[in-house]
Write a protein of this length. Sequence first.
Lengths: 242, 263
Amino acid sequence: MIIIITNTNLNSGTETSERADNRAFDELRNIKIEAGVLERADGSAYLEIGGNKVLAAVYGPRELFVRRLMQPNKAVLRCKYNMAPFSVDDRKRPGPDRRSIEISKIASEALTPAVFLEKFPRSTIDVFIEVLEAEGGTRCAGITAASVALADAGIPMKDMVVACAAGKSDGKVVLDLSEVEDKEGEADLPIAMMPRTGDITLLQMDGHLTEEEFEQALELAINGCKIINEEQKRAIKNRYGD
Amino acid sequence: MVRIVPEIIKESVTNLVKNGERTDGRAFDEYREISLETGVIEKAEGSARVKIGNTQIVIGAKPQIGSPFSDTPNVGVLMTNTELLPMAAPNFESGPPDEKSVELSRVTDRCIREGKVVDLDKLCIIPGEKVWMVFLDLHVVDYDGNLMDAAVLGCVAALMNAKLPTTKIEDDELILDYDNMIPLPISHTALMSTFAKIGGEMIIDPSLEEEEVMGARLSVGITEDGSICAMQKGGERPLEKEEILKAVSTAKIKTAELRKLLP
């Protein structure tokens, strides 16, 4: 019998009260958003936050070929979230799994309230989110990038949708969990919102939080969203001017 | 979804070629602008992003420990997989790999394998039991023609960029040392040039518009010493012997130029 041991397994569980990457509890990782990075897609965006690298592309409004999904009075917004096999430490098998199917569903539900779908009856708007490299918080990164791609595609929207997570790690409520904080932390609370109205379009949670901690985390995540929203606007302005 | 090419575009592209011109003003043996970056994905042991014109592919190379095939117990494994992402073109759909995607994977694999790019013998750890399996994943994110040349160029660059942890065997334990990484054993380089036949001419690096109009396509893989290591004809129309021979000699010159882009 051969046992495979890797020395990377050994250095986990460092005992520090500070965050592993020296961030303050309410500090985001470095973020960079660029709009219009792909030629063929109608709209696209590239986003980096911490070690995450995400591409989003939008096609549409276009003809919907799946008739059973067609809505006579509005467009449908379909979202596909996919992770590249090389985006994680152990190669991920290509193709959809249960996790990516769930994220696709909640991502399309997060983006839908912002889009004037009633302007395009019987058609589809397709949103593709590709995770090229994952380091915790890819669903939020994907939704944030997708919203920039929708704007880049010229799709009429009430507001941008921006997503960010807060959670609890090492007993502290913190903003924008990294991969380690997500895996070893006590709770994860990703949200998406429309910053102009403050409407929340996505909310998930796993782990354990008291009611007070939840309120704190939600407040942190909302503030995080507002900061990221400025980056979204900057990306669109960089592409199209003020 | 089938895309229908308007007759007027077919005619104008073909007539241009007959007059010795191309839609984007290139010469028949001229590539579009190429950019090649390596190490773009930190979590992948090897990676590259290649752009030829507006065609863009992100490639990751990930080694894993696995069992060798029973007929080659002392040889490592190289696996090539392509995803033509639905974001890359309006007519690409998600789902299991289709013909186009499998052909691209297989031709790329053939060029790299037969060109002896990776020294697979050196990827054996314990004969018959444990070998390195190198997964090459091609993520096509933007499609504007000539995926083959971009795929091979990017894959070779990603492999040259790839690092393996050193291995040692103590008692019956295989220890992978991620603190001491060694480069993936590369012995040669092989690159590919693709030609489209339009109006009786062979033009290199067809753009999407030219691919939609072409009658036939020929891809030629060449190693650094100038020998031919892989070929693939595509398209519905036939090729003539002289056209093929001319394409091969042009490919020799052009792949030598492409080789200068490698790290």
